[in-house]
Design a protein around this ligand. Sequence first.
Ligand SMILES: O=C[C@H](O)COP(=O)(O)O
Length: 247
Amino acid sequence: MAPRKLAAGNWKMNGTLAALAEIDRLLADQPAPGCDVLVCPPATLIHALTARASGRIDVGGQDCHANASGAHTGDISAAQLLDAGASHVILGHSERRADHGETDAQVRAKAEAAHKAGLVAVICVGETEAQRDAGQTLNLIASQLAGSIPEGATAANTVIAYEPVWAIGTGRTPTTDQIAEVHALMRDRLSARFADGAEMALLYGGSVKPGNAAEIFSIAHVNGALVGGASLKASDFGPIVAALSAA
Ligand SMILES: O=C[C@H](O)COP(=O)(O)O
């Protein structure tokens, strides 16, 4: 079976209740998308967005704690995300790895917690510009995949997002050959390690816009996108969803 196609939006620390009007616009613009659509708003909006989307868009968190409950002020558990309406959770985003020092082992523990709660883990990997310049990209991605993905991962409970750190929010994107090289490596490693690794959805993320989406979605083993800035407005995210639907 081919991997499912997924257009995922990561709102990061943007948006209040007023931003949910964009969900209405997105639903109007894309009433019957030919791909899965996921929006990961700040945790404060998960419940309201779930109600607003009425099952037509999947909703996700942007992080969860590895523990199910306890004295962890400011954190949120996978079960709490599920309870609020989430079906997915982004884990190991480079902003979490950089801002909060998250390691592969911590990301893996969080993914185990997400799976246990019944959430799909969207696990992010990606190299910095210095690592790419030093020729370390493929080894680093292989190492992040090995360290961040738990043994219980399947195509049903795990999505992998390749996000070069230097392409996030910069307007710069890798060449199609560079994306293809990393996605081929990811497919090889996942297929070697997991029984259904050939069916795991692989997303590209980093400055995906309406203008470059179709080209990115034409690359082998790119099954969708994790979109930051361009997911905030339906006028940008709608065309990206349409491009993936047509891919
Ligand atoms: O999670 C999304 C990525 O960090 C990409 O962000 P961006 O589309 O704003 O470059």
